[in-house]
Design a binder for this molecule. Structure first.
Ligand SMILES: [Zn+2]
Length: 170
């Protein structure tokens, strides 16, 4: 299978960047993060939660498309999907992702930095991880960011996805 970097089409006639039928938008991260910084803490929290939910919902489209290209299922399929995400995320500028199994869940470490912030600004990563971990673990999961590089104390952001006991996404 071709890598995302090979598949991305920069269609200047239409003014679009696409991976097959999935359109992407290139944006400077300081524009996005600068928008968030202009909001008060309460509003920013709401926007970040919506950002995470939207990424989880719309990211499913990409995950389903990726899964259909993998010639593996079960545990092999899960490993292949994680390997694909590990390759795709840096290609999209979302940092370098590393997965590790944890008891009843999955851990994700992301090496990327957004600069100083008053709270974790990694909502879209958490949303995408919610979708990926849900597929890999075969169960709805809740994702928590346990350490954030944007908060200044860590070099990396760390996320944990754990199965929801009710099987309902949190
Ligand atoms: Zn973070």
């Amino acid at each position: 299978m071709t890598t995302l970097v090979q598949r991305l089409v920069f269609d200047q006639a239409r003014g679009e960047v696409r991976d097959q039928d999935r359109r992407y938008l290139l944006m400077r991260p300081d524009v996005l993060m600068g928008t968030l910084r202009q909001l008060d803490d309460g509003t920013r929290s709401e926007v970040l939660a919506a950002f995470a939910d939207s990424t989880a919902i719309h990211g499913t489209h990409s995950i389903i498309a990726y899964l259909s290209t993998l010639e593996a299922d079960g545990e092999d399929g899960a490993r292949a999907l994680l390997s694909l995400i590990r390759e795709t995320s840096p290609a999209l500028g979302w940092g370098r992702w590393a997965f590790a199994p944890v008891e009843d869940g999955l851990a994700l470490t992301v090496a990327a930095g957004y600069g100083p912030a008053t709270q974790p600004v990694c909502a879209p990563i958490a949303g995408m991880f919610r979708t990926v971990a849900g597929v890999v673990l075969g169960n709805a999961v809740a994702v928590e960011e346990t350490a954030c590089a944007a908060m200044g104390d860590h070099d990396e952001c760390r996320f944990i996805a754990r199965r929801c006991s009710q099987g309902v996404a949190a």
